[in-house]
Design a protein around this ligand. Structure first.
Ligand SMILES: C[C@@](CO)(OP(=O)(O)O)[C@H](O)COP(=O)(O)OP(=O)(O)OC[C@H]1O[C@@H](n2ccc(N)nc2=O)[C@H](O)[C@@H]1O
Ligand SMILES: Nc1ncnc2c1ncn2[C@@H]1O[C@H](COP(=O)(O)OP(=O)(O)O)[C@@H](O)[C@H]1O
Length: 267
């Protein structure tokens, strides 16, 4: 059985406070986007994992898909499976690719072996694998709070726009991005700001990771500026970076940005 885990972008990201468990309370909007991995599970004589496409850092045995298998098998008797991941979503990009793989793996196992897991139960398993994993179970636009794992649906449809996503050759581990952050409560609710016309977002919706990351990597700021220069209605780094997206009213082709960066077009 095959699934196609997709990436997400963050529209706005406020880091509100440090929690007693070492994590941070956030306010963000997660929006699913078109860049996809391919994840295949077949029954086999023993449990195995391999991948193709973009090289995934770390040992195969530490891949988040195997962690998801082991988590499920604490509670449920599962047959051994062969897992193949074709990696296409850039890594260390703020696109949640590993988290998507984990959550789609849980959904795939649930369907393939008729495990009867509810959405809530799958979200609960996902939350044990990473803060933004639960989002990918329902995989719908949400306003997320706390660790990024408590959701309210938002009515947001970007399908009439052209999204351009630029991935520079910079890999930012999420844990490193938090080191430069001084959390502070937000003054206006992102949940309300997101309802405004997209043309108003530029002056009201921001990502708290940007100042620290852009200071270290000025080329990320340059990409954001290039997207605005090319006519983006809104542009932002996604999550903890390094990818940057621009939302355009009409189709564009940004050849200059394609030099040295991976550029994806679509929503
Ligand atoms: C912060 C976000 C915003 O979208 O960054 P991106 O990964 O998307 O860039 C995500 O919620 C990340 O989710 P995820 O990548 O699953 O996080 P985890 O693996 O659980 O944690 C990675 C690291 O980030 C820190 N972390 C993560 C989430 C959070 N709410 N507070 C944190 O302090 C953790 O302390 C950990 O060191
Ligand atoms: N299936 C996977 N896809 C991507 N990364 C994975 C996967 N499994 C484990 N990882 C680990 O997660 C790290 C990426 O996490 P993170 O820096 O949070 O990325 P992102 O910003 O893309 O969410 C990688 O360096 C890798 O070691």
């Amino acid at each position: 059985m095959i699934a196609f885990p997709n990436a997400k972008i963050n529209i706005g990201l406020n880091i509100v406070r440090k929690r007693s468990d070492g994590y941070h309370d956030l306010e963000t909007v997660f929006y699913p986007v078109m860049i996809k991995d391919v994840l295949e599970v077949v029954e086999d004589r023993e449990l195995s994992f391999n991948s193709s496409g973009i090289a995934v850092p770390g040992r195969p045995e530490d891949n988040i898909c195997l962690k998801a298998y082991k988590l499920l098998s604490h509670d449920i008797k599962l047959p051994p499976v062969k897992i193949h991941l074709h990696k296409n979503i850039p890594i260390g990009a703020g696109l949640g690719g590993g988290s998507a793989d984990a959550s789609f793996f849980i959904k795939l196992m649930n369907e393939k072996f008729t495990l009867g897991l509810s959405i809530e139960k799958m979200e609960n398993y996902a939350s044990q694998l990473g803060a933004d994993c639960p989002f990918f179970i329902r995989n719908q636009p949400v306003y997320a709070i706390e660790k990024g794992d408590k959701f309210e649906n938002v009515r947001l449809d970007l399908s009439g726009y052209q999204l351009v996503l630029v991935m520079p050759d910079i890999h930012i581990p999420t844990s490193a991005a938090f080191r430069d952050i001084s959390p502070s409560p937000s003054t206006k609710s992102l949940k309300d700001l997101i309802k405004n016309n997209i043309s108003e977002w530029k002056d009201s919706i921001s990502n708290d990771f940007e100042p620290g990351i852009m200071k270290h990597f000025p080329e990320i700021l340059s990409i954001k500026e290039s997207l605005y220069d090319a006519g983006a209605v809104y542009a932002s780094m996604s999550g903890s970076g390094s990818s940057v997206y621009g939302i355009f009213n009409a189709p564009v082709k940004l050849e200059e940005l394609e030099e040295g960066n991976r550029v994806f077009y679509g929503v």
